[in-house]
Ligand binder design. Structure first.
Ligand SMILES: NC(=O)N[C@@H](CC(=O)O)C(=O)O
Ligand SMILES: [Zn+2]
Ligand SMILES: [Zn+2]
Length: 427
């Protein structure tokens, strides 16, 4: 079996202390760890005293293939994931055709395996075209290996459809993931309704579009007993609802995106569609609330909602541009820089939100620690060297992020999947 020896790495222990180690990988597993390993290996990677972690896990990415390969492909999306330090991602079903049948799902899974350089789990759609009131055959889709079900991109508009979907998801013991958005409250809005939208003269979206549908779903989740997962939660009201629901014993988990943690509507510097995404950037109070929710465990994890679009689709005014920003190549770096470095959270906390919690919530096979016997899905990060994010460095086809130009720490030096180096920075 192939061996790879990683020399002189630092790993984070559960108590947030760093400890120095060499790591020997044999095949796809870690076979030995010790401060100094004297062994012959087929390949040696000098970690240079940098941070080695379990590969990051992102439960919310858009890879656009098939149907929208001009925005991203499975290959470029997974290269972007590796460049961000991610080794497992869960791909959203808003592609063409939407995986609503066993056959379309199986085709997509085969493509993920063939084209992907990281582990890609595939979501199946709740209903045809993400909009049909009648639900798909979730039993068949689960048997074919759907990791969970979602109509991400669209809210499930009626309680009847959501209740049916929850009951079907319970029956196959898979999570139901919700993009909560009540269309009747959106009214053509393109950013959060409120002060900034008024200043910019742009149509606003009522934040109740998120929380009102979430409240409905939490009641349905309580009654059906489903594991209900809230995608890209973004308002203070939503945090309060999930907090109450958890206290009431509802089986609910929630994710927040890096941009909702780090930006709010006051950052929108004009009619600049780099700041256009769904849900939109909210108020400073909402931003504080989602961070507080993450800190107190109401929100379980961070997910990027990596949503690449072409230059042309984002070069339009706010009203005409596509919703969504990329995120998988900058998320760890931004959160490390803005949350861990200033001492707001620990590295161990950040890794729990980007590895341990997503693995637990979605019952993934990905490793959650760097330890002997674990699958060798690993990432090596440079926490010391400053780096300025630039558009031309992305592996993703998408360059649509408002974080271009920011200086961050935590660049990925190397990423290992199943014991194989899939990404390494040029020295
Ligand atoms: N987040 C976005 O603004 N856009 C996503 C869809 C989604 O996540 O709802 C996309 O697919 O582009
Ligand atoms: Zn969504
Ligand atoms: Zn999404």
């Amino acid at each position: 079996m192939e061996t790879l020896l990683i020399k002189n790495a630092q790993v984070v222990r559960a108590d947030n202390q760093l400890s120095q180690t060499d790591v020997l990988i044999r095949g796809n597993k870690i076979s030995e760890m010790a401060p100094k390993l004297v062994v012959k290996a087929d390949r040696v990677l000098d970690a240079g005293g940098h941070l080695l972690t379990p590969g990051l896990v992102d439960v919310h990415v858009h890879f656009r293939e098939p149907g929208f390969e001009y925005k991203e492909t499975i290959h470029t999306g997974s290269q972007a994931a590796a460049r961000g330090g991610f080794t497992t991602v869960l791909a959203m079903p808003n592609v063409k055709p939407v995986p609503s049948t066993e056959q379309t799902l199986r085709n997509l899974q085969a493509r993920n395996v063939k084209e992907g350089i990281v582990h890609i789990e595939q979501y199946a759609a709740i209903s045809a075209n993400l909009t049909d009131p009648k639900i798909n055959d979730l039993k068949k889709l689960a048997a074919a290996g759907a990791i969970a079900f979602t109509n991400d991109g669209k809210g499930v508009q009626t309680a009847a459809t959501m209740k049916d979907a929850m009951q079907a998801a319970v029956a196959v013991d898979r999570p139901l993931v919700a993009h909560v958005e009540d269309d009747s409250l959106i009214k053509g809005g393109v950013m959060n309704a409120g002060k900034r939208a008024a200043e910019l003269g742009l149509p606003g979206m009522d934040p109740l579009a998120e929380s009102a549908q979430l409240a409905r779903d939490l009641v349905l989740a309580k009654v059906t007993g489903v594991h209900y997962h809230v995608a890209h939660l973004s308002t203070a009201e939503s945090v309060a609802l999930v907090r109450m629901a958890k206290q009431a014993g509802v089986k609910v988990t929630a994710e927040v995106s890096p941009h909702h943690l780090l930006l709010d509507e006051t950052a929108i510097d004009g009619d600049n569609a780099m700041f256009k995404m769904n849900p939109p950037l909210r108020t400073p109070a909402d931003r504080s609330a989602v961070l507080a929710g993450l800190l107190d465990g109401t929100i379980d994890m961070v997910a990027t909602d990596h949503a690449p679009h072409s230059k042309e689709e984002k070069d339009r005014s706010f009203v005409g541009a596509a919703f969504g920003i990329t995120g998988i190549e900058t998320s760890f770096q931004l959160l490390y820089t803005h949350l861990v470095r200033p001492g707001l959270v620990t590295l161990a906390q950040l890794l729990s939100w980007m590895v341990t919690k997503p693995v637990a919530a979605f019952k993934l096979s990905a490793p959650t620690k760097v330890a002997v016997g674990e699958r060798a899905d690993l990432a090596l990060f440079d926490l010391d060297q400053a780096h300025t994010i630039s558009a031309d460095e992305f592996a993703s086809k998408g360059q649509n992020t408002p974080f271009i130009g920011q200086t961050v720490y935590g660049q990925t030096l190397a990423t290992i999947v199943d014991g194989k180096l899939v990404y390494q920075t040029q020295a």
